[in-house]
Design a binder for this molecule. Structure first.
Ligand code: SF4
Length: 251
């Protein structure tokens, strides 16, 4: 029997804007080449009807990332930290494999069994909250752990109670972090410069954290499944030196 490359966990309307999206779960077996994450099951949330590179350029990626300030089309205008995902490489290759029919459509119970005992990244690309939270809860029910981040927690229709055990609230400011905590979510904050606050811990896979761990081993980004401090990581994306200078000048 041919090895299954991955599963289609969801095809349907985006929870953000109703446009067609697909959720693909892959890298279920085997080691990862990513030094930060280690071996971890990956998931891609993509527009099912638009090439992901084109979606970035036209803004159609809002269906899978909402109004996240790291979307390239926004970051370019606002001088914010651009998303680090190399869409023209990994995401495009996943999309092309999807078009070629390389992923298997399966029900949630089958995917849940395939993910049993694994650590699952919710949203390797795209925001998990673009797809129904019930699907994620079902497919990760036997997983050893989850690592997830969402920028959608400020949306009116966001279900904080359902999402808090699945994802960290992504925050770009101290104010956002405090608000997310009020909603009952743990926080993953990207700082401009290293400015760890009381109540936060530095991501151990980061340069400032000494690259001591990987996401597969470290459990810190497990949402409220664990009781632990919030996490902070310094912006290391392209242009971070320039953003730091601008921020210091404005302070
Ligand atoms: S804190 Fe841990 S789980 Fe979160 S990004 Fe860093 S290494 Fe990964």
């Amino acid at each position: 029997m041919a090895k299954i490359l991955g599963y289609i966990a969801y095809e349907g309307p985006s929870e953000i804007d109703g446009a067609p999206i697909v959720v693909i779960v892959n890298k279920i077996t085997g080691a990862s080449k990513n030094g930060k994450t280690g071996a971890i099951v990956q998931s891609f949330i993509i527009r099912s009807d638009v090439n992901p590179v084109q979606a970035l350029q036209t803004g159609a990626d809002s269906s899978i990332c909402g109004q996240c300030e790291h979307r390239p089309i926004i970051a370019k205008q606002t001088n914010k930290v651009p998303c680090y995902v190399q869409v023209a490489k990994s995401v495009l290759s996943v999309y092309n494999a999807y078009l070629r029919g390389r992923y298997v459509r399966a029900d949630a119970a089958t995917i849940a069994r395939a993910l049993a005992g694994k650590v699952v990244r919710i949203g390797t690309y795209g925001d998990g909250a673009a797809a129904p939270v019930r699907m994620w809860t079902q497919i990760t029910r036997y997983a050893a752990g989850v690592r997830g981040y969402t920028h959608q927690w400020e949306n009116d229709n966001f279900d904080h109670a359902a999402w808090s055990p699945l994802a960290m609230a992504s925050a770009d400011t101290l104010e956002q972090a405090a608000l997310a905590n009020l909603y009952g979510m743990r926080v993953f904050r990207v700082s401009v410069g290293v400015d760890k606050q009381p109540g936060e811990t530095v991501c151990p896979a980061s340069a400032e954290g000494g690259k001591k761990s990987t996401c597969a081993k470290c459990t810190l980004c497990s949402g409220t499944r664990i009781t632990a401090r919030d996490v902070v990581i310094a912006d290391h994306a392209i242009g971070h030196d320039r953003r730091r200078v601008i921020m210091l000048a404005a302070a």
